[in-house]
Design a protein around this ligand. Structure first.
Ligand code: UDP
Length: 237
């Protein structure tokens, strides 16, 4: 009788193990005109973030007398995906813009600058699955680069279910063909979750396993975020 020992690598088309992130690179402070900026590559994703503020806003009705306000705009370039994306906002980008602001807001000490606005602009130049989490990760670096006072640097990562396995950081193909996707964002110092979404179906056990795996992924990414900021700081000394 022949026994076939199943290697967990067999489960992922790109050869990654179940708990392996795609290759990740983050740089901070790359845009001259923005107050803060970051560039991130995660697998085939390329994302650029610019932060402006805290500053007075032209849109006075958005300002609050007791607190600062954060506004995010997530945008996918028409050339970022296989089928050219129609330029301009759609339901998906409006949703991602909203959840991005919600994921970042708890980390910011917004009460320190009342009547001010922070604008975060996330441009997805190339997309390959997981752009909402990658956008949040890059935006948090850009906010730190802008010197905005914050409790922690928020970090995003997804886990999900593919071929009945719980796996980390789904690629576009895994996202489209898999059974579930669980994007999260956390404040890594406390593990407080600031974003939790689920697409697909999971048992309670699988859901908890996916969250644990995504939290571990967030901690790995967090080190790379901090290194990107340290490098920029060291270069400017
Ligand atoms: N995508 C696409 N066209 C679109 C929107 C998304 O090809 O108009 C792709 C893109 O690679 C994206 C992936 O589908 O990363 C998964 O999209 P989803 O809405 O699940 O968000 P994400 O995983 O990027 O956070």
């Amino acid at each position: 009788m022949i026994f076939i020992i199943k290697d967990s690598n067999d489960n992922r088309e790109d050869g990654r193990s179940f708990d392996e992130l795609r290759s990740l690179k983050i740089e901070s402070g790359i845009l001259k005109r923005a107050d803060g900026s970051a560039y991130l590559e995660l697998g085939g994703n390329k994302i650029l973030v610019a932060v402006y503020g805290p500053r007075e806003s032209f849109i006075k009705r958005l300002l609050r007398p007791n607190t600062g306000v954060i506004r995010c705009r997530y945008n996918m370039a028409p050339f970022s995906v296989d089928d050219r994306k129609r330029p301009g906002p759609d339901r998906r980008s409006i949703e991602i813009s909203k959840i991005t602001a919600e994921a970042l807001r708890p980390s910011l000490l917004l009460k320190s600058f009342p009547n001010s606005m922070i604008d975060v602009s996330i441009e997805v130049i190339e997309a390959e699955g997981g752009t909402r989490c990658a956008g949040i990760t890059a935006a948090a670096v850009a906010l730190a680069d802008a010197g905005i006072p914050m409790k922690d640097i928020v970090v995003g990562c997804a886990a999900g279910k593919v071929n009945d396995e719980i796996v980390l950081d789904l690629s576009e193909k895994e996202d489209k063909e898999g059974q579930a996707d669980v994007p999260i964002a956390i404040m890594p110092r406390t593990n407080e979750i600031t974003l939790l979404q689920t697409d697909g179906s999971l048992t309670e056990y699988e859901f908890e396993k996916a969250i644990d795996l995504a939290i571990n992924g967030c901690h790995e990414i967090s080190k790379i975020q901090r290194n990107a900021l340290k490098r920029k700081y060291e270069e400017s000394l």
